[in-house]
Write a protein that binds this ligand. Structure first.
Ligand code: BGC
Length: 902
């Protein structure tokens, strides 16, 4: 604790001094006028540091603060500091939360009381003491593939979806690093610094830009996880949550490849996705950008998407690392997460991205255990670059960079490069150069940063005829900078396919679906039709008007067009000479009922929206304020169901919603959960409604009966300057694991989804896989004895840990009358000693079967899959006791059970 306090107090000294130093600094290394001032600040910092020992007294701090801050601000800063002093001096057990929020407010007072030109409003708690930081680079984990690996993996030719072979990008990274080293060998320190520092907000054509250095052309970084943002003639793909609901690796990969080609076609070097934060809380505003609430499903989706994007030629960016799982106070919160939960749940998808050879990772806005994500030594240096052996670079989220010293904790690139948007200042640029020149940051670290960034560019072959940037994100109407290059190809096809495959059939009484040539159809609800402003009428889709096909925020793209359900259904209905009535108002219940009366089927469209915190829609500040459907939806469904005994509800939603008001209404005969399907929304829906596609989508999260049933809730409150504590108290019990652990009956469980046909499961077999090679025999034997895997660079991604050790096979048969897809799921039941939740997903597959047809499915289990993270030993360990597994159609519909003879 004393050490912790010391670190924090030292950090405070450092921060106050940095606040002053930034006041004097220019943004990039081209503005080197104040170098000597920086040096003198840094050397005074060093002397402060040497006095900032475990016994540092509050009075020392106060005097440091008042000498550091210009006199006009000294009283404000010292009075703020006294808030810090009392808990520190009175109680050694002062909570980190009190301390960090007090420090933060002290610091922001100090920062804002510097000269009026001071830009440092972003100045806040830093968690690294200023000292001299030597640096030695992280070794490449493997340059010699061993059995179980995919030979000579290059991003251009990855293993096929579903392959058991573990790709080893080690040799490709090693080559790329060698090329990068050579490229930067003759560069000056300033040139290398420039590779690490964005040119500032709106300083180039993309949302993030690295300027050219010598004959190296620089980088364009552009959103989003579902398509190229802020441009035209590009595809608006289904959102992450929708492709996750397909549970289909091939479609995940195809979407990745198609998006990768579009980013490349527009000249983007780095696509800012996929997003892989967990749906920890159902209300989470950005959950829809990601892949749901289970780490394994999210990990597989992240893995396939990264492989796909990079196969398409663009660098992928795994974001937001890590624990940025709600929007409320996302840049003023500390996610308090224990080490085991961090590894098993939240880091897992990032680790899978590293295994897919991801070029870059974006650190997030929040703090993790009281240290900013972009200067968090634990998550960046130790876990990501150390344990996972990440060879690419870490960029900050936009404005999530808080100190020059973040470099020593593992940050490699500052985005967009200025301290606050348009401030004209930077934590890096001239400041980074100065910190190297005065010996605070080792030059080898800056070399490593630049090398990582340039190596990623080589890894993706971006030195080879890469297209120029042909659009302008900020000025899309400027004729000089927008060439309107059409990159869409035939990607609408995969959009439509995913839209259908990601649609989950939740209820289907008396085979209400598929529709069989109904003669009359009523289409009800605002969500069925176009927005009054057109598909892109609300900036960053920040409005819920018309059919919902993506959420709002930076995770969006412009729709090149949007096929509404109304449009597609009318076109389809005319083939049967059906009559179509429609009523798009949600509040005129009598009008809606009148349109639905006497129709063969009434289709009611409802939705729930959310997004990023910089836009508030109907009182929802990014996160949803509740889990009810929007726009009077429950009353609308009830009004229609009251007059039509064949009411089919279609839901477009960002995440779970409470369906209790009408789900058991006998007149609601079917419910389709259509998620966020992208530009082909209506066509994809028609494919499912009319039975061209039998639904095989499965829920990537639990739909509860009551919001209170979820194991974690949105953490609310906090004053603007507080660091809000978000306790991840549920630990491993995220989503369905909480329902299982506490015997809570969900409305629809994780993994659930109906079909137009039926499947049976048989012939479960579990067999051990033996590799003839002895390369890792000692490690494997130690693991079998229950020893933790070694805590070494690349230890978490080592091939011996991830190649198959068991194969689980079984037969799936289509016993129904129509062709359809099934998603068999494998859940592991750890022995009690492991203290895991009752069931955890560890495998899934997609099988498409004609009536009467069967297929054998084989799923692999690795040692990693059978391990828990041992926080004491810092390694992956097989727990003592018997393992069991179940194979079935959801997290609660187990059809086959067996043991794992481990
Ligand atoms: C978001 C990122 C996004 C970045 C650039 C940030 O506010 O959190 O996801 O990539 O902006 O637009």
């Amino acid at each position: 604790m004393a050490l912790l306090l010391n670190t924090r107090l030292s950090a405070l000294c450092a921060l106050l001094l940095l606040a002053v130093s930034t006041d004097a600094q220019g943004p990039v290394s081209s503005q080197l006028t104040s170098l000597s001032e920086v040096s003198s600040v840094a050397s005074s910092v060093s002397s402060v540091l040497s006095s900032a020992t475990a016994s540092v007294s509050v009075s020392t701090l106060s005097s440091v603060a008042s000498s550091a801050v210009p006199s006009s601000g000294s009283s404000a800063s010292s009075s703020a500091l006294s808030t810090v002093s009392s808990p520190v001096s009175e109680s050694i057990s002062a909570s980190v939360s009190t301390l960090s929020s007090a420090v933060t407010s002290a610091v922001s007072s100090a920062a804002t009381t510097t000269a009026s030109s001071a830009p440092a409003t972003e100045t806040t708690l830093i968690t690294l003491p200023i000292s001299s930081y030597p640096f030695s680079s992280f070794p490449v984990p493997s340059a010699s593939p061993i059995p179980g690996t995919f030979p000579s993996t290059s991003p251009k030719s990855p293993p096929p979806p579903g392959s058991e072979l573990v790709p080893d990008f080690g040799p490709a990274w090693a080559k790329a690093h060698a090329q990068a080293q050579q490229r930067i060998a003759s560069w000056t320190l300033e040139q290398k610094v420039n590779v690490t520092t964005g040119v500032g907000w709106m300083g180039g054509r993309c949302v993030g830009n690295i300027g050219a250095v010598a004959d190296w052309p620089g980088l364009c970084l552009e959103d989003s996880p579902l398509g190229v943002r802020f441009t035209d003639f590009a595809t608006a793909f289904p959102a992450g949550i929708t492709v996750a609901a397909t549970w289909n690796r091939t479609l995940l990969r195809q979407r990745g490849v198609a998006m990768g080609r579009e980013f490349k076609g527009k000249g983007v070097h780095v696509a800012l996705g996929p997003m892989m934060n967990m749906g920890r809380i159902a209300q989470g505003g950005r959950n829809w950008e990601g892949f749901g609430a289970d780490p394994f499903l999210t990990g597989e989706a992240a893995y396939e998407t990264v492989l796909g994007l990079q196969q398409g030629g663009v660098q992928a960016c795994a974001k937001h690392y890590v624990n940025n799982d709600q929007e409320h106070k996302r840049d003023h919160e500390s996610s308090e997460v224990d080490d085991r939960t961090e590894h098993e749940i939240y880091v897992h998808p990032f680790m899978r991205s590293v295994q897919a050879g991801v070029a870059s990772v974006m650190c997030s806005y929040n703090q993790i255990n009281a240290s900013w994500a972009c200067e968090n030594e634990r998550t960046l240096n130790q876990i990501l670059k150390g344990e996972a052996g990440f060879q690419g670079y870490v960029m900050s989220d936009w404005g999530a960079h808080h100190s020059t010293l973040a470099a020593v904790a593992g940050l490699d690139m500052s985005m967009p490069g200025d301290i606050s948007f348009g401030s004209g200042t930077s934590w890096w640029g001239a400041n980074l150069t100065a910190f190297v020149e005065n010996g605070t940051i080792a030059e080898s670290r800056v070399n490593d940063m630049a090398e990582r960034i340039i190596a990623a560019w080589y890894l993706l072959d971006q030195d080879n005829n890469y297209p120029n940037v042909s659009f302008n994100a900020f000025f899309p109407d400027d004729p000089a900078t927008n060439e309107h290059v059409d990159v869409q190809d035939d990607h609408f096809k995969v959009v439509r396919e995913i839209g259908a495959a990601g649609t989950v059939l939740l209820k289907n009484v008396g085979d209400a679906l598929p529709l069989r040539k109904p003669r009359s159809i009523a289409i009800i609800g605002n969500d069925s039709g176009p927005s009054t402003r057109g598909p892109n009428g609300y900036p960053d889709r920040g409005g819920d008007d018309g059919t919902l096909a993506m959420g709002w925020g930076s995770g969006t793209a412009n729709f090149p067009y949007l096929i509404t359900p109304l449009e597609a259904l009318q076109a389809r209905a005319r083939k049967d000479r059906a009559s179509v009535a429609s009523f798009l108002g949600n509040w005129d219940l009598a009008g809606a009922a009148a349109a639905a009366v006497d129709q063969d089927v009434a289709l009611v469209f409802v939705n729930a929206d959310s997004g990023e915190d910089y836009i508030t829609v109907d009182g929802n500040e990014g996160d949803r304020k509740n889990l009810t459907l929007w726009g009077n939806a429950d009353a609308l469904v009830a009004a229609v169901a009251a007059v039509n005994r064949n009411t089919v509800v279609v839901v477009h939603a960002v995440g779970p919603a409470i369906l209790e008001p009408w789900i058991e209404n006998p007149n609601v005969t079917a419910v389709l959960w259509a998620s966020l399907p992208g530009q082909e929304s209506g066509n994809a829906l028609v494919d499912v409604l009319y039975g061209a596609v039998s639904p095989s989508g499965r829920l990537p999260y639990t739909i509860a009966r009551s919001p209170a049933d979820y194991g974690a809730q949105l953490t609310t409150g906090g004053t603007p300057s507080d660091i809000l504590l978000i306790e991840y108290a549920e630990g491993l019990n995220i989503d369905y694991r909480h329902f299982d652990s506490n015997n809570i009956e969900p409305r629809f469980e994780f993994g659930f989804g109906l079909s137009y046909t039926n499947f049976s499961y048989s012939d479960l077999q579990v067999r051990a896989v033996h590799h003839a090679d002895r390369t890792s025999a000692a490690l494997e034997a130690a693991w079998a004895k229950g020893e933790a895997s070694p805590d070494v660079e690349g230890g978490s991604t080592a091939i011996w840990l991830h190649r198959p050790v068991f194969e689980v096979s079984f037969r799936v048969t289509n016993t129904g009358k129509v062709k359809g897809g099934e998603i068999p799921q494998l859940y592991l039941h750890f022995p009690p000693s492991a203290a895991e939740p009752p069931s955890v997903l560890r495998g899934f597959a997609d099988v498409l079967l004609s009536p009467g047809e069967s297929k054998t499915v084989t799923l692999a289990l690795s040692r990693y899959d059978l391990s828990v993270w041992d926080a004491a030993r810092q390694g992956w360990r097989k727990p003592e006791g018997k393992f069991a597994l179940s194979v079935g159609a959801s997290s609660r519909d187990f059809r086959l059970r067996g043991g794992v003879p481990v």
